[in-house]
Design a protein around this ligand. Structure first.
Ligand code: HEC
Ligand code: HEC
Length: 487
């Protein structure tokens, strides 16, 4: 064979392969664009919402409060302890560790509790994109909008909180779901409250903390320089002569923290760019993953959109997936080692073991996954969805035990199997769309790559996140948490 001939055969083959892959890419894009249309996606979950910028004075005050251990009863925890921007707005732990850490300022892997095990029973979800929730917050939705209006973040029509029975508005809930939520971590002995006023009701704790910040009432003298906070609160909520009692109120503290969280809106990602018309924004694998995500089981898909709906990738409803139950539980069961999730709030058997569908925006940055942080990789948590029975039977405790020394696993197997049996009932009764599905290893990788296209690049960049972190050592009381990390 002469060289010229070999060259032209080679060229012809190359050309044919090339045309084929252009054809494949073309039909993949066509299929995906049709699924995008069917699902009415715009790519912009923040459309039509009022979202504060981080430079707004309220968000600036809220950021300083969020990072300050003055709100921890024992002055050893702040919100940021479990929700650090550099940890994807979470804590990188399966189960959180609040008060009584060996080194209170060490966040993420390596954080240990003096008693030897995590004292919080659930995984800390991210505080990013809190501005997008309209129905409820927390894994069990115990902070809940009574009107659930789209785009309102719970700001109208009343909010139920743990202060009121299910369905009844808490008149002190605050401006929206996010402000309403912020009041509760400081009342939890395990998360932030510690030994503060052990036998008193929540309002006492809130008033005490306000007094601590402002140097009045029960909190008088607890901080050396309360004028630091007074000047910040006056700028946002009063005048240069307002008294501490006028501006440093429970409502204002948590309103400001809520505004800071609402400013953490990170929704610009490659999937958005793709939806808005750029076919180059996703890899081929991510595109195949997207198709699987939106296709029903009957067509060989993963049916993910049955629950992870819309531009937010959540329907804000509750389902039992029988994700491995780790930790101390404390929310249900005869021995109270269970976590009944939503069922613990409604006391309904049908809701038992159900948890709120997470948004999948930025999910790449918020491991470990599920309400008890049982899975460390996207592939593993996806695999669980596709075959919960197999996943539960083959669940290895080693990884979670290595990364979370002392995590309570004594009841893990028994409790998870109970949830699994209930899932089978849920399937028989038709109260869940979840069905077992056989997808190849490549298909699971494709799905994971699609999920990675939901990452806003800002959340991976310390420089981009800098505006959401207060300048160091600004607080004259030395209680601003300067995080240490082991990585
Ligand atoms: C010790 C760790 C810890 C601390 C400190 C902490 N949180 Fe959390 N946070 C969690 C855990 C765990 C959950 C999930 C609890 C649940 O769903 O029952 C959570 C849930 C949340 C949620 C709900 C997110 C969602 O998607 O529903 C928000 C918002 C939040 N925390 C904000 C705050 C704020 C504001 C503070 C400070 C006032 C704070 N957290 C302090 C661990 C912590
Ligand atoms: C029946 C509703 C439903 C379907 C269908 C569903 N999910 Fe989920 N998903 C959930 C719920 C509920 C959770 C949280 C469960 C828990 O923690 O107990 C979850 C958790 C997740 C998580 C972990 C998120 C986190 O922050 O912890 C990922 C990732 C995920 N789902 C991806 C998918 C993918 C991919 C598919 C399709 C293969 C899918 N889901 C199908 C309801 C669903």
């Amino acid at each position: 064979m002469n060289n010229k001939y070999a060259l032209s055969v080679g060229l012809a083959i190359a050309l044919a392969t090339c045309t084929n892959s252009i054809h494949a890419a073309y039909s993949l894009d066509t299929e995906l664009r049709s699924l995008i249309k069917q699902n009415g996606l715009s790519g912009d979950p923040s459309k039509g919402r009022t979202i504060p910028t981080i430079s707004s004075p309220k968000a600036q005050l809220g950021m300083r409060l969020f990072f300050n251990k003055a709100l921890g009863g024992n002055k050893d925890t702040a919100c940021v302890t479990c929700h650090h921007p550099l940890l994807g707005g979470g804590d990188d732990l399966a189960l959180s560790i609040g008060v009584g850490a060996v080194n209170p300022d060490l966040l993420g892997p390596g954080r240990l509790q003096v008693l030897g095990h995590p004292n919080v029973p659930r995984n800390a979800p991210t505080t990013f994109n809190m501005s997008l929730w309209d129905v409820s917050v927390f894994w069990d939705g115990r902070i809940e909008s009574l009107t659930k209006q789209t785009g309102m973040n719970g700001s109208i029509g009343g909010i139920r909180t743990p202060s009121t029975p299910l369905g009844i508005a808490d008149l002190q809930a605050g401006t929206n779901l996010v402000a309403a939520q912020a009041k509760f971590p400081v009342t939890s002995h395990d998360e932030m409250r510690g030994d503060l006023a052990a036998n008193r009701e929540n309002p006492y704790v809130w008033t005490h903390l306000a007094g601590r910040l402002g140097g009045f009432g029960e909190g008088i003298g607890e901080l050396p320089q309360p004028e630091y906070w007074l000047s910040l609160f006056r700028k946002v909520y009063g005048t240069p002569t307002s008294s501490p009692e006028q501006v440093i109120t429970t409502q204002n503290i948590f309103d400001a923290i809520g505004e800071y969280e609402r400013s953490q809106t990170f929704t610009h990602n490659p999937w958005q760019t793709y939806i808005q018309g750029n076919n180059q924004a996703l890899s081929e694998s991510a595109k195949r993953g997207a198709v699987l995500f939106y296709k029903p089981y009957q067509q060989g898909g993963g049916n993910c959109v049955a629950c992870h709906k819309g531009d937010k990738l959540t329907d804000e409803k509750f389902y039992n997936l029988a994700m491995p139950q780790l930790g101390k539980g404390g929310r249900g069961g005869a021995d109270n080692t269970h976590d009944y999730g939503r069922g613990n709030e409604t006391q309904l058997y049908t809701d038992r073991f159900t948890f709120r569908t997470p948004s999948l925006l930025n999910v790449e940055g918020t491991k470990p996954y599920s309400h008890a942080g049982a899975y460390y990789t996207l592939e593993a948590v996806i695999q669980h969805h596709l075959d919960p029975s197999w996943a539960v039977a083959n669940y290895q405790l080693n990884r979670v035990k290595n990364e979370n020394p002392g995590i309570q696993t004594e009841n893990a197997q028994k409790n998870t199997f109970e949830a699994l049996n209930k899932l089978r009932e849920d399937q028989q009764k038709g109260i869940t769309p979840l069905r077992p599905a056989r997808l190849s290893k490549t298909a699971i990788e494709d799905l994971a790559n699609f999920l990675r296209s939901l990452t806003d690049p800002c959340i991976k960049s310390a420089a981009c996140l800098a505006p959401w972190m207060p300048p160091s050592n600004e607080d004259p009381n030395g209680l601003q948490l300067e995080a240490q990390f082991k990585f």
